[in-house]
Design a protein around this ligand. Structure first.
Ligand code: HSE
Length: 417
């Protein structure tokens, strides 16, 4: 018999307890052992919970219990979770976590701290087995790129906004449906997706980047007029986490993205997640499924528990040794290469277009599509560019925003084809 302790018995924790009971026949057959939850750690012992396990509010009751083999951390947050996971490791426990924020900051330290199994399938894209796909299934490949819809809240909001929903109202619905993080700015600001991207990038490239090191933009400035441009030119707007290899450099970024509407990932709607991974030998692979929700996330957590019980001891981030040709380097965010879409609000005056076009020309930026829409107050110029370098776009925008007929900050959406 294997005994586990769960730290954080919320929606996912309750689902873990329930699925271990509901599916115990298949879980016992696949793992070879009976798996029993011995203790759950909660903050508030008085809160009603839908589980019948022993509860405590002291994490040491789990991390130092000699009978417990595996500590499952489902509490979220960074530093307190780190302290508890560290205590579990110091007491010789295997660890399973669903905590993407913890891993976004501390995954390399945790890897170096333990020689016991440490699994985290549920930290990225809920029920989709993307960690094991990248770490085991694609381990023979150099990974060319990862592009993922890895925040269900944003995908749900963008899907509804396309149908005409208002941003604030639909965010409220996403919160009510339980998709959003406790602080929804983590979702709409792109930070949750960034945490997940950093985890995937470490498996793909062994790269130790932190959230502050990478370009992160959220969906707060997306307007229905951007959706009209997208429709006109055959795109969908998706919040993507992108990791791309270019020689020795890796680009890591999270931002709203115009994706051609013939790509499979553009068709992913609602709270669903999807991740495209391109390997040099396998070509493109695509993973789709529920990225949030108690049972879907618990499904991934229990798969980790089963792996550990079976005796698998894969290196946490998938590397037994450093790369022979040296580490990949993170590309500076100013050097990112992309195609861009810009929305510029101007007053309707003679010479506006000429001035804007000359600024682009001066910064070596070539325009590919152009649309002008009469708004209530201003004229909206909507245009896309051929591939350009981020710093040239930034310089152009700085100059454009200084023109006195430009009435609002310029909005940018990057294009991925
Ligand atoms: N808030 C997250 C999302 C939950 O919307 O995808 C799953 O990590």
């Amino acid at each position: 018999m294997i005994k586990i302790g769960i730290v954080g018995v919320g929606t996912v924790g309750e689902s873990v307890v329930k699925i271990l009971e509901d599916n115990k026949d298949i879980i016992r057959a696949r793992s070879g052992k009976e798996i029993v939850v011995k203790t759950g750690v909660v903050r508030n012992l008085n809160k009603e919970r839908d589980v019948n396990i022993k509860l405590t509010d002291n994490y040491l009751d789990v991390t130092t219990d000699d009978e417990i083999d595996i500590v499952v951390e489902l509490m979220g947050g960074v530093e307190e979770a780190y302290k508890i996971v560290k205590s579990a490791i110091e007491n010789g426990k295997s660890v399973v976590t669903a905590n993407k924020a913890l891993l976004a900051y501390h995954r390399f330290e945790l890897q170096n701290m333990t020689d016991k199994p440490f699994e985290y399938e549920a930290s990225v894209a809920g029920g989709i087995p993307i960690i094991k796909a990248l770490r085991e299934g694609l381990s023979a490949n150099h990974i060319e790129s990862i592009k993922g819809i890895i925040n269900g809240t944003c995908n749900y909001m963008l899907t509804e906004m396309k149908k005409g929903a208002n941003y604030d109202e639909i965010l409220k619905v996403a919160q009510e449906l339980g998709y959003a993080e406790a602080d929804p700015t983590f979702d709409v600001g792109g930070f949750d997706a960034a945490h997940k991207l950093l985890i995937l990038a470490s498996i793909a490239y062994n790269i130790d980047a932190k959230p502050d090191d990478i370009l992160i933009e959220g969906i707060e400035n997306i307007d229905t007029i951007d959706m009209e441009f997208a429709k006109e030119f055959g795109y969908e707007i998706k919040l993507l986490g992108i990791a791309k290899k270019d020689g020795e450099f890796i680009e890591l970024r999270v931002h709203p993205t115009l994706v051609p509407n013939n790509q499979m990932i553009s068709k992913v709607e609602g709270v669903m997640n999807a991740i495209s991974v391109v390997g040099d030998k396998v070509g493109e692979t695509l993973y789709y499924g529920a990225g949030a929700g108690g049972d879907a996330t618990a499904s991934a957590v229990i798969s980790d528990i089963i792996s550990i019980v079976r005796g698998s001891n894969a290196p946490m981030l998938g590397y037994k040794k450093p790369l022979e040709n040296g580490d990949f380097k993170l590309r500076n965010r100013d050097e990112i290469k992309s195609k861009y879409y810009l929305r510029i609000a101007v007053s309707d005056e003679v010479g506006v277009l000429e001035k804007i076009a000359s600024i682009f020309a001066k910064n070596s930026i070539s325009i590919s599509n152009f649309l002008q829409k009469q708004g209530n107050e201003f004229v909206k110029i909507l245009l896309s560019t051929h591939e350009a370098i981020e710093k040239d776009i930034k310089n152009s925008i700085e100059e454009i925003e200084k023109l006195n007929f430009v009435k609002k900050p310029v909005n940018v959406i990057r294009i991925e084809e």
